[in-house]
Each structure stands twice: as C-alpha cells, then as structure tokens.
Design a binder for this molecule. Structure first.
Ligand code: GAR
Length: 195
C-alpha cells in the first residue's frame, strides 16, 4: 500500500471520506499523516480520532511560500509519503513544490473542470444558469485546477438552489468520488518514489 499524506485547511470532510475508505487493507493507500496549514482546522482532531498522525504547519509562521513549502516537503518525506491528497487545502502551491510531487499529488475541486477553476464555484454555476454541477479529482500540475482529470461526478442544479444548497449536494458526490478516484490514481503510480 502507498503511504498517503492528506493536506487540509479546515473541516476535513473529504479527508474523513478518505480515512473511512482506507480502513480496509484492500485499499491501495494507507493514511500516514494529515497536515493542516491553518491553526484550529477541525480536521486535525478528526484525523487523530482515526488514529492518524496530524500535524499543524501554519503557513503564517513562515516568511514566504518557499519556506512554508520546504517545511511541508520535509515533513512529508520524513514520513515516507508516496502520494498526497489535497482535501480542501486552500493554499496555492508553487511550481517548486508541484515539481517535487508531480504525478504523486491529487486534488478534489468542487466543479466540473475545466469549468470554474478557483473559488466560488457554486455561485458561478448558479449565476451561469447551469443545469448540472459536480466535482473533479485531478492530478496537480503547475496551473491551478488544470491537471489531468482522474474522475468526475455530476449532480443536478435545482430550481431555487443557493450556493450553500448546491455545495451540500456536490459535497455528497465528493465524498463518494474521492476515495474511488484516489484508488484509481494509486493504481496509475507504478514507478518507485522519485524525490
Ligand atoms: C470541498 O468542497 C472541496 O472540494 C473544496 O473545499 C471543500 C473542503 O471541504 N476545495 C476547494 O475549493 C479547493 N480549491 P472539506 O474540508 O470538508 O473537505
């Protein structure tokens, strides 16, 4: 099984769906470490309840992005992480970090990429009058939300939807999609770690 590291910034419900899925030995990844970049991220406590090591690396305590990412990278390599899942990790990663982990880092995004990269995806889908919304799991590449797509899941946009009601419907789809797409990603990795 690949050693899985999960990066979060807050609630961590997608992280929790990955932790639940990977309880079984048949799952191709084993969660070794959860890292949050924000103090008080509720997901850290959830991870500890699952018996997974949870660390806080607060980006605010570093002078620049590079110093923060070096700390992140060092902690991940110390734990012999093979694959990173970004799960509501709200910090853009520099080409330096992405280059280190290219082909070994996936993200979940709450839209049907390439539609609506970035923030406020649900408000934008409603504003555009879309009849469908959804979520995407993709490899992380230098361009934000631009990497190769691993899997997507669709939900309807309903009359009277607000960004919150749509987000709740998409989130249910996220929790089903992410464990499945991460397992697919693990099976695509055949080469040994190159760091
Ligand atoms: C999820 O909807 C995730 O797709 C989104 O943030 C939420 C995190 O919720 N991610 C992004 O917007 C990434 N740019 P969670 O902390 O409960 O998993």
């Amino acid at each position: 099984r690949l050693n899985l590291g999960i990066l979060i910034s807050g609630r961590g419900s997608n992280m929790e769906s990955l932790l639940n899925a990977s309880v079984g030995e048949a799952y191709p990844a084993k969660p070794r470490l959860v890292i949050a970049n924000k103090e008080g991220a509720p997901g850290l406590e959830t991870a500890r309840r699952f018996g997974v090591e949870a660390a806080l690396i607060p980006h605010k305590q570093y002078n620049d992005r590079r110093a923060f990412e070096e700390a992140l990278h060092e902690t991940l390599t110390q734990h012999e992480i093979d694959i990173i899942a970004l799960a509501g990790f709200m910090r853009v990663l520099t080409p330096w970090f992405v280059g280190k982990w290219e082909g070994r880092m996936v993200n979940i995004h709450p839209s049907l990429l390439p539609a609506y990269p970035g923030l406020d995806t649900h408000a934008r889908a409603i504003e555009a009058g879309d009849s469908e919304a959804g979520c995407t799991v993709h490899w992380v590449s230098e361009g934000v939300d631009e990497g190769a797509i691993i899997g997507q899941s669709r939900v309807p946009v309903k009359a009277g939807d607000t960004p919150d009601s749509l987000a709740a419907r998409v989130l249910i789809a996220e929790h089903e999609l992410y464990p499945r797409a991460l397992a697919d990603a693990c099976r695509m990795i055949t080469a040994p770690s190159v760091r």
